[in-house]
Write a protein that binds this ligand. Structure first.
Ligand code: MG
Length: 245
């Protein structure tokens, strides 16, 4: 008799389980809410079809200006190169959350050391710096070397090429968001790939880049220009494109 009861319950559980499985359909978990836009990929480091080109050559020089609104005083050709003491440059267009591709090259002729060698920087929203530096056999404080989030995050590895070689940054940036009372809602996050190697993995920014003292968020607009730094070294840039996210 006990055996019969056991068999009965085993069958019952089997039936209930089967019914439950059949009640759920594969379609139930299919998400058709957002059709991903078709984007034409290209050879690595070439501009995808939906990107905004910020510098593809001399004719894009008018997409940038100095802080006071002056036209570019940097050398512009196929690449653009910092002219020391002319000041940093700002994209005329403002951006928030972005994917940014930028190629950079520190001078082949090695001069200076530490922070004085090929120093520049990409500032997202003009405030949050991904350091550019010749960090090939050139030691400095680790949260100030190439691919550091300056004075905030040491890169995972040193993926630098030799001086005079073109290098790439692919930067994925989530802008900080602010509440209506201008207090911080969510901080900024950044991921950086240097020369195809992950160097910053979704790190949280503590605030805008500070040379001295601790960073602290201050309310700012949703979109602000990209800034490239003049740190007195003739660092070059080319093939800069951006996708708004
Ligand atoms: Mg810098």
């Amino acid at each position: 008799m006990m055996n019969h009861i056991k068999i009965f319950f085993t069958l019952l559980i089997g039936v209930v389980f089967s019914v439950n499985v059949y009640a759920q359909k594969p379609e139930d978990t299919e998400d058709w809410s957002r059709k991903p836009e078709v984007v034409t990929p290209s050879k690595y480091a070439k501009t995808p079809s939906d990107a905004i080109v910020l510098y593809g050559g001399k004719t894009d020089a008018d997409k940038w200006e100095h802080e006071n609104g002056d036209a570019l005083k940097w050398k512009t050709a196929k690449a653009m190169t910092v002219v020391a003491k002319t000041g940093g440059i700002y994209s005329k267009q403002a951006f928030g959350d972005v994917q940014l591709h930028i190629e950079w090259r520190t001078p082949k002729k090695v001069e200076g050391k530490g922070q004085g060698r090929g120093n520049s920087g990409v500032f997202l929203m003009g405030k949050y710096e991904v350091q550019i530096l010749d960090s090939y056999n050139n030691e400095t404080y680790y949260n100030g070397q190439a691919a550091s989030i300056y004075k905030q995050h040491i890169p995972l590895v040193n993926a630098c090429k030799a001086p005079g070689k073109w290098q790439t940054y692919d930067i994925f940036f989530t802008a900080p968001k602010f509440n209506a009372d201008q207090s911080l809602k969510t901080p900024a996050y950044i991921t950086v790939i240097q020369n195809g190697i992950l160097v910053q993995n979704h790190v949280e920014l503590k605030g805008p880049t500070e040379y001295v003292g601790q960073p602290q968020y201050k309310y700012h607009a949703d979109k602000l220009p990209i800034h490239l730094q003049d740190h007195n070294n003739p660092t070059s840039f080319r093939n800069i494109w951006i996708r708004e996210l």
